[in-house]
Design a protein around this ligand. Structure first.
Ligand code: PHE
Length: 447
């Protein structure tokens, strides 16, 4: 028990690892969540705050996670046990629990993307042409058996990839899906910005509305940064545990953060110009992608095809993230409980799917609200805005105060690789990240 280091699976190449880690980061958070949150919080002003958080606290916590993972060669709980023990494994525990919660609702929304790929060819465009994609969405999310069926299909694909393992599963499929995702995004951006009237959308997206900037904005940006970069729950610890000692970690963290931020930012270019070109109100909220966009696609020549491509993009993004969420849980049960990968993937996958059913039902109003929020929103809020930032504080404090000298050695490969921003990293994990996260948390936490 707790000795997964011998014969541990490893990434086959640096490219494979970067695709897997960027795959984890790039997800529904970038393409579904980021554009509408940006729209709600003042456009470019929000983007700037977000980028500042990502490239200070975000990359630093990510590097801290890679370092903890590679040094221990273990899952999130086992890593803290091995490196220090005491109460620290609780941080890993919180991460595994966050993994269960996030994947439970993530699988539901990811299931919608499969349904929408199919709907692109079966009536969604006709409804969209009449501006009625909202009715299609409403009818779909209230149809519980359908929503659950698509959730189950998505989860089976996720489980199967994780069951195949690190090299033959996660790495192999991320190496295909991530480049495909970039190509599709590029096609959609070119389509969007070349539409007549696209510039109004760019204006909406890029002109900052500073008046919307307040504590709540910064809080939203922080939660979004942790969610989008897959931080604070041991995901990057787990992925880091499959890295070779030769890999250079600081540049890997920067690369993954840069890829993640580019996709989020570019998703806005694929969406807003097209929305404005057809004079459609950008839907505020989660409906932006599932309601506004089908209305938009229906107006374009070849809309069916672009609609399908868009939901395929969302599906790839979701799948490369869901496998990382499941892997956090699987690695824990494998390393610490001695389960086989096969048993852990299928059994935990089934449990998580079952946990997601209340979320699946909640949007159709078939599940009681929790203090005024839909069950799905409540799960999203608790995980992204509470568990992940808290996990981030503890991970930063662990590396910054408890385990710093070993952490530095792991980050610069025992002094063998240059680490230009070491001083900045140390200051951020010691002071900036814990204080800033705690402050934003206390100021901004509002149900
Ligand atoms: N980063 C993913 C996204 O943006 C979600 C995620 C969160 C994945 C936490 C793993 C861990 O969609």
């Amino acid at each position: 028990m707790g000795n997964g280091t011998e014969n541990r699976e490893q990434w086959g190449s640096r490219f494979g690892f970067i695709m897997a880690a960027a795959g984890s980061a790039v997800g529904l958070g970038n393409i579904w969540r980021f554009p509408y949150i940006t729209g709600q919080h003042g456009g470019a002003a929000f983007v700037l705050v977000y980028a500042a958080i990502v490239f200070s606290i975000g990359v630093s916590v990510m590097l801290a996670e890679f370092v903890i993972g590679r040094a221990s060669g273990l899952n999130a709980v086992g890593a803290f046990k091995k490196l220090r023990g005491g109460a620290w494994p609780i941080v890993g525990w919180m991460g595994v629990i966050a993994g269960f919660i996030i994947l439970s609702f993530y699988g539901v929304i990811a299931g919608w993307t499969i349904a929408y790929m199919i709907k692109s060819f079966t009536g969604l465009m006709a409804a969209g042409a009449a501006g009625k994609a909202g009715d299609v969405f409403g009818a779909f999310v209230t149809n519980a058996p359908q929503v659950v069926a698509y959730q189950v299909i998505f989860m089976v694909v996720t489980i199967w990839i994780v069951y195949k393992g690190i090299g033959e599963g996660i790495e192999k499929y991320c190496k295909i899906m991530m480049p495909a995702l970039f190509v599709i995004l590029f096609v959609l951006i070119v389509r969007g910005v070349t539409l007549p009237g696209a510039s109004k959308g760019l204006e909406f997206y890029l002109s900052p509305d500073w008046s919307k900037l307040n504590g709540a904005t910064v809080f939203a940006a922080l939660g979004q940064a942790f969610f989008s970069l897959s931080l604070g729950m041991g995901c990057m610890i787990t992925y880091g545990s499959y890295l070779s000692k030769k890999e250079v970690l600081p540049s890997a963290a920067l690369t993954v953060a840069a890829l993640d931020t580019s996709v989020a930012f570019l998703a806005g270019f694929a969406i807003f110009p097209a929305v404005f070109a057809f004079g459609i109100e950008p839907g505020a909220g989660p409906g932006l992608t599932f309601v506004t966009l089908p209305n938009v696609f229906a107006q374009m020549p070849g809309g069916m095809f672009f609609s399908f491509l868009f939901f395929l993009l969302l599906f790839f993004a979701a799948l490369t993230s869901s496998v990382s969420l499941l892997e956090v849980c699987v690695a824990y049960f494998k390393d610490e409980m001695g389960w086989t990968r096969e048993k852990a993937s299928w059994l935990l996958g089934a449990v998580i799917t079952a946990l997601g059913i209340p979320s699946a039902l909640s949007l159709g109003g078939k599940f009681p609200k929790i203090a005024g929020k839909d069950f799905l929103d409540a799960m999203d809020f608790i995980s992204s805005n509470v568990l992940l930032p808290l996990g981030g504080i503890f991970i930063a404090v662990f590396v910054g105060w408890v385990w710093l000298e070993s952490g530095k050695k792991e980050a610069n490969n025992e002094g063998k690789v240059p680490f230009a921003w070491e001083t900045a990293w140390v200051w951020i994990v010691r002071i900036v990240a814990p204080v800033a996260i705690a402050w934003i948390f206390v100021k901004g936490l509002k149900w």
